[in-house]
Design a binder for this molecule. Structure first.
Ligand SMILES: *Cc1c(COP(=O)(O)O)cnc(C)c1O
Length: 422
């Protein structure tokens, strides 16, 4: 049986996959089974901040895999404690505590459970406000938090207690807060909807509303953190410094370079409420309240330490900011009729296509595909991996350690593909 036959017969058809079979990766490049080479600016959907098979990551995996892989959280795990310190001190920079899981959806489930618990002790509040265009994952809580019809379709009844508000609409957000509201959950820069940032005014308004109404400010940083947007903490790419103080932050994607790892951080701040059994927010999820068997294994945390440690040591945030700005500047010079705008935060780059112009082409029409998927397919054929977002955005999510010549190569490929559309 060929691999193609096995895939068709034995693997669930829930993904619309490209018929490309990558078998090897090194740095910013991937090779498929036919030996074709690709420049990988998809990065496994924002998961490979150091490129493929980075020596620090490979060494951490092999070394830890031959020392201790898993023991469970019945015991104390040295690498978990070290990684928690690194996340608290070098990523968030605000006193707090971390929990470790295996994915972004799970990390967001943790934020949702934290909010429910907080609401339980502060007047029985339970509503969490989320936003149009958001993406929080595929588990029931995270899927319900995701304010997108197409993600919910056919899975009802969903989890009660979520309220959806248009993203970046301060007035609508203010109106949505009521006596049942307990938290606001948002992506500082929405990824899956196409690199859509919260405006500084909106992020500030959300933080202020949380303060005045005793709500938790929950940030989903699964995609935008660890240098992707040019800062270790994604929200600081919107409002620098320490003005915004979240109550909890979720992570996954880049944190483990592709090894399954997720986490969330909870603020150590005090919670003064007569019925709360503990004095700080980070103590709310106490023994027995939450858990996962795999979470924070020695192996996963060793990979997390190698990944985040390398990003910090090599100051890849700086490379992300510098090359991201350079790419956006060069692409703007094309004045392509097929690009409406370029949204760029570090190496988190969304090319908003002119859907009508792309779709007017015979080949796009014949493909029956949305503009974003059509263009991403063309780029793939030309040797550049990217990720479509929605019907009109092509995302670049390259490794944070790319060189200027790799960036220039990607620009050449995209420029040629867009010119050929004309
Ligand atoms: C990818 C993503 C998730 C879901 O992460 P999984 O690991 O797929 O569960 C959640 N939130 C954001 C912002 C994401 O980009």
């Amino acid at each position: 049986m060929t691999h193609d036959e096995q895939l068709k017969q034995y693997v669930l058809p829930n993904y619309g996959r490209y018929d490309v079979w990558p078998v090897r990766g090194e740095g910013s490049y991937v090779w498929d089974r036919d030996g074709k080479k690709y420049l990988d600016f998809a990065g496994g959907v924002a998961v490979c901040p150091l490129g493929h098979c980075h020596p620090a990551v490979t060494e951490a995996i092999t070394k830890q895999a031959s020392t201790l892989i898993h023991v469970s959280n019945w015991y104390c795990i040295d690498k978990q404690a070290e990684l928690a310190q690194m996340l608290v001190e070098n990523v968030v920079g605000i006193p707090g505590k971390c929990f470790f899981c295996n994915s972004g959806a799970e990390a967001n489930e943790g934020l949702i459970k934290l909010a429910r618990k907080y609401g339980h002790y502060t007047g029985g509040r339970f509503e969490i406000i989320t936003f149009s265009g958001s993406f929080h994952g595929r588990t029931f809580g995270a899927m319900t938090a995701t304010a997108q019809e197409k993600i919910h379709g056919g899975f009802g009844p969903l989890v009660p207690g979520f309220v959806y508000v248009p993203f970046n609409d301060v007035e609508a957000l203010k109106k949505a807060v009521n006596k049942n509201t307990v938290a606001i959950l948002l992506e500082p820069i929405q990824g899956e909807s196409g690199v859509n940032p919260a405006t500084p005014e909106f992020l500030r308004a959300a933080a202020d509303l949380c303060k005045t109404n005793d709500l938790l400010l929950l940030l989903d940083e699964v995609q935008c953190s660890f240098g992707r947007a040019g800062e270790m903490a994604g929200w600081r790419a919107i409002i620098p410094g320490n003005e915004i103080v979240p109550d909890a932050v979720s992570w996954a994607k880049a944190i483990g370079s592709g090894f399954p790892l997720g986490s969330f951080w909870v603020n150590d701040r005090s919670i003064k409420h007569a019925s709360a059994p503990v004095e700080t927010l980070s103590a709310l999820l106490g023994p027995g309240s939450h858990g996962t068997t795999y979470g924070g294994s020695p192996l996963a945390c060793a990979v997390g330490l190698a990944t985040i440690g390398t990003i910090l040591r090599e100051d890849l945030c700086a490379n992300s900011r510098k090359l991201g700005a350079w790419i956006a500047g060069e692409a703007a010079k094309w004045n392509s009729p097929f690009i409406n705008t370029i949204r760029q935060f570090g190496l988190f780059i969304g090319f908003e296509l002119n859907e009508a112009a792309v779709a007017a082409g015979e080949e796009c029409k014949a493909s029956g595909r949305p503009a974003s998927i059509f263009v991403a397919r063309k780029l793939l054929d030309a040797g550049l991996m990217t990720v479509p977002a929605g019907p009109s955005v092509v995302r670049w999510l390259p490794p944070l350690n790319i060189t200027q010549s790799e960036a220039a190569e990607a620009l050449r490929i995209m420029s040629a593909v867009l010119s050929a559309l004309a």
